[in-house]
Design a protein around this ligand. Structure first.
Ligand code: SF4
Length: 312
C-alpha cells in the first residue's frame, strides 16, 4: 500500500549533488519542500514548490523528447528490425516540441492542478508571456537539425543495429545501487553486450555540451554493472558518451582510480547532505533558513524556485 511519509526517503544521485553544489536553498525546495506537494492535504508551500519543481525549460524538454524517442526506436528495432528515416525522426521531435509548447500555453490550469502530468516551460512561466524567446527558438532549431542525423550515424547505433553479435540488456530503467548503506539511483540510457569484443557497453546520450561530471556519471553506471551483472573485471566495461549535438562519441577509460573517486565523491557528498538534516534516519531537514540562498544571484533568473525566493 502507498505510504505517506512525513519526510522523503534519502537516496543519492549525481543530480542531487549538483543541485546542492549550485544552491542549498534550491536543494531544500527540490528535495524537501516539494515532498508530498502532490497530496491534496499538503501545505500550500509544498504544493507551490512541487509545481515549480515540475517546470522544465526548452533545452531540457528537447533532451527528454530525444531520450524518449531513442528509447522508442531501440524498443521497436528489437521487435521489428526497423529504424525510421532521419526525416521521420526529426519530424517526431518537432511534433513533441510543438505539443509541449501548446500544453504550456493553453493548458496552464492542467499543469497547475497536476504538474507532473502536463508541461510548463520556464521561459513562458517566468517570462510571463505566450511567446518563446527568439534566441532559444533558434538554438533549439539548430539542435533539431543535427541531433537525429548524428544519432543515425553514431558509433553506438552502427555497432548496435544489424549486428547479431550484440545482446541488448537494458535501457532507461530506474536502478538502485548500494554504496555502503546509501541508496544510489541510476538510469542507464542503454546497456548492451558486444559479443565480438566480449565487452559490456554503457551508453549515455547527451543533447547538451560536455561537462566535467560526465565521466563520473559513467563510472557510477559501471559500479552498478559490477554489482548487478556477472562481470569478471572492470576492463570488460566500455563507457561511452554520445554527444548528439556535436556528433562526437567519447569513450572514457575506466580504471580503479575512477571507480574509487566516484565512491569517495558519494561518501563526501552524503556527509555534506547530512549537515542539512536534523535527524539522519528519518531524513528530517533543518528549517528552511538553514539552507542559504546563493550569493551570486545571476543564476537565480534561471531557477525554478525564483518566485519562492524573491516574491514580487
Ligand atoms: S532563486 Fe536563487 S537563491 Fe533561490 S533557490 Fe533558486 S538559485 Fe537558490
Amino acid at each position: 500500500m502507498f505510504e505517506i511519509k512525513t519526510y522523503p526517503e534519502f537516496s543519492w544521485s549525481l543530480s542531487r549533488h549538483k543541485t546542492l553544489t549550485h544552491c542549498a536553498r534550491q536543494y531544500a525546495h527540490q528535495y524537501y519542500t516539494a515532498h508530498n506537494g502532490w497530496l491534496r492535504q499538503a501545505s500550500e508551500t509544498s504544493k507551490h514548490a512541487y509545481r515549480l519543481k515540475n517546470i522544465t525549460n526548452l533545452e531540457m524538454y528537447f533532451g527528454s523528447a530525444v531520450h524518449a524517442l531513442i528509447d522508442n526506436i531501440i524498443e521497436n528495432y528489437l521487435d521489428t528490425g526497423y529504424i525510421p528515416s532521419e526525416n521521420e525522426l526529426t519530424e517526431k521531435i518537432r511534433a513533441d516540441l510543438n505539443q509541449g509548447f501548446i500544453e504550456a500555453i493553453k493548458y496552464g490550469d492542467k499543469w497547475f492542478q497536476k504538474p507532473n502530468k502536463s508541461t510548463m516551460l520556464h521561459e513562458l512561466y517566468y517570462g510571463n508571456t505566450k511567446k518563446l524567446p527568439a534566441d532559444k527558438i533558434a538554438k533549439i532549431k539548430e539542435r533539431l537539425q543535427v541531433t537525429m542525423p548524428h544519432f543515425l550515424k553514431s558509433k553506438t547505433l552502427n555497432e548496435f543495429a544489424y549486428n547479431d553479435k550484440v545482446e541488448f540488456l537494458e535501457a532507461e530503467k530506474f536502478r538502485i545501487l548500494h554504496i555502503g548503506n546509501v541508496k544510489v539511483y541510476v538510469v542507464l540510457d542503454l546497456l548492451y553486450r558486444d559479443l565480438n569484443r566480449d565487452k559490456w557497453v554503457i551508453v549515455d546520450w547527451k543533447t547538451g555540451k560536455q561537462t566535467a561530471e560526465d565521466p563520473y556519471q559513467l563510472a557510477l553506471y559501471a559500479l552498478y554493472l559490477l554489482q548487478s551483472y556477472p562481470i569478471p573485471s572492470y576492463t570488460d566495461i566500455v563507457i561511452r558518451n554520445e554527444y548528439l549535438v556535436e556528433g562526437t562519441s567519447i569513450e572514457h577509460q575506466l580504471d580503479p582510480v575512477a571507480l574509487e573517486k566516484v565512491q569517495e565523491l558519494i561518501g563526501s557528498s552524503v556527509e555534506w547532505m547530512n549537515e542539512y538534516v536534523e535527524d539522519v534516519p528519518s531524513n528530517q531537514p533543518l528549517p528552511l533558513e538553514s539552507f542559504p540562498k546563493r550569493e551570486d544571484q545571476r543564476a537565480c533568473h534561471f531557477c525554478n524556485f525564483y518566485e519562492l525566493c524573491f516574491p514580487s
